[in-house]
Design a binder for this molecule. Sequence first.
Ligand SMILES: C[S@@+](CC[C@H](N)C(=O)[O-])C[C@H]1O[C@@H](n2cnc3c(N)ncnc32)[C@H](O)[C@@H]1O
Length: 453
Amino acid sequence: MMGRRTSDAVKISILFSFRATKVFSGEPLAYPSPAFFSTSIVGETPILVRDFIRSALYDPNHGYFSQRSGVVGMLEKSIKFNQLEGRKAYMRHLDKIYKQHDIAWFTPVELFKPWYAHGIAEAIMRTANLSIPLQIYEIGGGSGTCAKGIMDYIMLNAPARVYNNMTYTSVEISSSLAKKQIETVGEVRSHLSRFTVECRDAADRSGWGDVNPQPCWVIMLEVLDNLPHDLIYSKNQVSPWTEVWLEKRHDSSCLSELYKPLKDPLIKRCVEIIEMDKEHVSIGSSAVSAARSIWSKIFPKPRRSWIPTGCLQLLEVLHGALPKMSLIASDFSYLPDVRIAGDRAPLVSTKKDGSSLDHSSYIDAKGDADIFFPTDFWILERMDHYCSGWMKVQKDTSSKQGKKRRTIILDTASFMEEFGLPSKTRTKDGYNPLLDDFKNTKFYLSVPTHNTK
Ligand SMILES: C[S@@+](CC[C@H](N)C(=O)[O-])C[C@H]1O[C@@H](n2cnc3c(N)ncnc32)[C@H](O)[C@@H]1O
């Protein structure tokens, strides 16, 4: 079973399991002011697609995440999987929960609490050097369930000095979610003296202050998918890529795309890391490329490609501020039924009166729509090596040597089988939603090494 909406059975499963089909309760939602149309995001001068996405999701007044802590739902009680008969009973249970809650959707860390967070805590404890104070950062901690679960686990399972000396710093862009995190973590009073929330954009270097040279952990669960992306465009199979900007049409009623030669430094770096700039060079003989060129003129096929510039910026900032960080990230590796054109295209989804509407244009996002992208974990790994300084070394042997990182990409099931307690999320007949349903999510682990080659 791979994703959502590919068959009825999957559809039901995903309806409750994946955020892609988060369900609202029937109550009217506090949608942003209707005056906040996508044309308000773009002023008199054109903007890059990533800036449009950033405003649509995080504008402090109208952004999808900014004003509504309810977009990240929270379960009051853990689900007792062992008491459920099987898949049908699990679905019925979730249906009941969704009807009771005025929430947008549940992420895996919520659905499988506390076991999901405990798996992450165990991965940290097995890998960290526990003779020095444990420093954990979480980016985009949502409602704080992961933070609380990890601190609970360390309090109960690590030597007392590890819990006593640990710090857990949450960097959260949404003020309403930052507040919620303190409430959640504060349920265990002793956690509060070790826990801090910084309400800011983690991708802004200035917020991190001086470099922290200590080994530390950075956790990001379902954050990469909501980071701003850029769009690049080529009018046929052989023309060079251009960067996409958005501008208001003359009558100001809607937006249109504008294509400019690649110039933005972040886009250019991203294209270079993904090696999209080499696509044409590696085609082969000149006869083949001549044939390709003729073919592209007769049958031009425009190309659109979404590139994770927001993720690159975040990784650059994290490597700069926390050079000895170990990273644990989990996200969607694949999204089915995407209606928007282009490689790695996002789902743009609005919920109203309990049902979801997927848009066919990203320009329709107006602060009332979630915009989320699949993560290409191969690209993530490449960007991580590039930002740590190691990948540049590969090309340029004369430059300073950077550090190679040890990295691994795991299916959610493999990660949880290794570090979690799968028996806790198993129903009576053996069905295990955490292992069986989350086939389109993966974990990425990356730790620094001491070698300098
Ligand atoms: C999809 S939610 C995931 C929440 C939580 N990690 C979970 O799995 O339940 C994404 C979270 O990332 C936060 N976020 C997104 N971009 C951010 C940024 N640049 N800096 C800090 N937080 C960010 C959002 O406000 C939200 O809390």
